[in-house]
Design a protein around this ligand. Structure first.
Ligand SMILES: O=C(O)COP(=O)(O)O
Ligand SMILES: [Mg+2]
Length: 231
């Protein structure tokens, strides 16, 4: 196992941009929402840079872009409801697991690590998505962006998970793709591992100075195992 896992008992994974490439479905839901409001439609690439702070902020960014100014509160609330309906109708139509995720999780689970999921995505989507990709049984606990009073980059969800699993923060690793994951991990006293393939508002994740950056979750495993899976 990678040395970052020494003395670790719990691995907390971010979801979007870390385990799953969800932007294609998020972009469709944003486009359908704006289309319904007769507003201009953003490309998937543009939506990619808006993901990371949860659904309300995603919708706010999309409306601000389409209107040319920040939306009024009621208008934004209605658009958020519409977005949630569209996304709930098809959260897995175009979404894919990143390469190596399933194999790495399987190996880490077999090695005895406890898993938690800490996402800014609304909680209602977590279970259906984990179930769809066959990951649900491995996760002991999860929190969404609307589960607690604060979401990442606040350390609150991470500290909540550590406490609920009866594990000290120093025995936890936060794995994520965005500066919000790394910031939250550092503030919570977790070790931090970043994956550079996800969504970080278009910026390199190295700028957040995570403890480790790996090209894939497979790189957490023994080099022999990593090679066997890569073939
Ligand atoms: O829903 C988002 O904006 C981001 O979700 P994540 O925290 O799983 O990356
Ligand atoms: Mg993410």
């Amino acid at each position: 196992m990678h040395p970052i896992l020494n003395d670790k008992r719990l691995v907390a994974f971010d979801l979007d941009g870390t385990l799953i490439d969800s932007v294609p479905d998020l972009a469709v839901a944003v486009q359908l929402t704006l289309g319904k409001l007769d507003l201009p439609l953003p490309t998937e690439e543009r939506v990619r840079d808006w993901v990371g702070n949860g659904a309300p902020v995603l919708v706010e960014r999309a409306l601000t872009w389409a209107l040319g100014h920040p939306p009024e509160e009621n208008f934004q609330a209605r658009a958020l409801d519409t977005f949630m309906e569209y996304y709930a109708a098809a959260p897995n139509a175009l979404t894919t697991l990143y390469p190596g995720v399933k194999q790495a999780l399987e190996a880490l689970h077999r090695a005895g690590f406890t898993f938690a999921l800490i996402t800014n995505k609304p909680e209602q989507f977590i279970k259906p998505i984990l179930e769809h990709f066959g990951l649900l049984e491995w996760f002991s606990l999860w929190v969404g962006g609307d589960t607690l009073a604060e979401k990442k980059p606040s350390p609150l969800p991470l500290l909540y998970i550590a406490k609920a699993c009866n594990v000290a923060p120093s025995e936890c690793l936060m794995v994520g793709d965005s500066r919000h994951d790394i910031e939250a991990g550092k503030a919570a006293g977790f070790a931090t591992l970043a994956l550079p393939y996800g969504y970080n508002h278009g910026a390199p994740i190295e700028l957040s100075q995570p403890d480790v950056v790996l090209s894939s979750l497979l790189a957490l495993l023994e080099p022999e195992t990593e090679q066997a899976y890569a073939q």
